[in-house]
Design a protein around this ligand. Sequence first.
Ligand SMILES: Cc1ncc(C[n+]2csc(CCOP(=O)(O)OP(=O)(O)O)c2C)c(N)n1
Ligand SMILES: [Mg+2]
Length: 358
Amino acid sequence: MNRTDEQVRLLADDGTLHEHDTYKVELSDDELRELYVKLVVVRRIDTEGTNLQRQGQLGIWAPCLGQEAAQVGSAGALQPDDFVFPSYREHGVVHVRGVDVVNVLQLFRGASLSGWDPHEKNLALYAIPIGTQTLHAVGYAIGAKWDGAEQCTVVYFGDGATSEGDTNEAFNFAAVNAAPVVFFCQNNQWAISVPLSKQMAAPIWRRSFGFGFPGVQVDGNDVLAVYAVTKAAADRAREGGGPTLIEAVTYRLGAHTTTDDPTRYRTADELDMWMAREPIGRYRAFLEKAGLWSDELDRRAKAEADSTAARIRSAVEEMPDPPLGDLVDYVYADPPQTLRRQFERLQRFEAEFVAEEG
Ligand SMILES: Cc1ncc(C[n+]2csc(CCOP(=O)(O)OP(=O)(O)O)c2C)c(N)n1
Ligand SMILES: [Mg+2]
């Protein structure tokens, strides 16, 4: 179901830009260059996350390798006032929203329970239970509509999440309430080890029509197409047009997480095929053809990637352990006796190690 007639693409494999009747990209040359820098930095953040996990600095990492265009293009099309609900792989979205990705690494290190203040950049916390954030987003969007806010809510989820009741309930509730929400599905072809073919018999984007709102399939490895399609859906939501489902067809080039071994369930040929379609090379080819490429841009992107990688590495290595009390402090307003006793026992147990070390 890849590359169907319906799929929106602006960039051909060789980077040639094709005009589209509906979806236009109105970005300045500087903004087009900035998109490239962001793609490169996000890829580097991801590589650093995987490396840090392999070196024992993080408990786990969920790579976004290969999904950079889907994330940078969509998040880049939003306004600061819009509200975003991510899943757990949206490191590119976090970076583009302006939340420091060190917060994400802190989360994957187990050194914080949430990550960041959702209100600072209108970015909700990562959601690990699959699909739950779709309902949170629709609730938020309906609230914003009642408040009369000119704001769109965007929710990110995977192909696997479309098999959850929550996601389908969210589609229905959004349609009935004409909620100003954009459902952004990154179809990366796999839900851990379950391929798309075992999840559904019809394309994801077409599902929206059954609920009563439009859907569109976009080449998720084409950063300009993703940008244009998301911008149109977000504008439509803010103008009172209701929800849109976007299916961004992409590929998870890495493992599901660092605890997963994808060689157990997918072929090297499949990986090679998608590696050839990875998004950054194609975008660089576009910039070259458009006369926007320069050694200076190349250097700037690499320098920003290097400095970001160095900064997150030292931040993780110096990250303090969370206070022990975090385990219980935010569970109950008034913790019951049993939990207090358990925690006191834990404190005495931990104190033995401190004494031994001393
Ligand atoms: C409610 C729930 N069920 C099961 C899981 C275990 N689980 C974690 S990731 C995942 C697959 C999700 O696939 P997809 O939505 O395609 O997202 P991707 O990981 O590909 O980004 C599952 C089943 C979970 N986290 N939450
Ligand atoms: Mg998936």
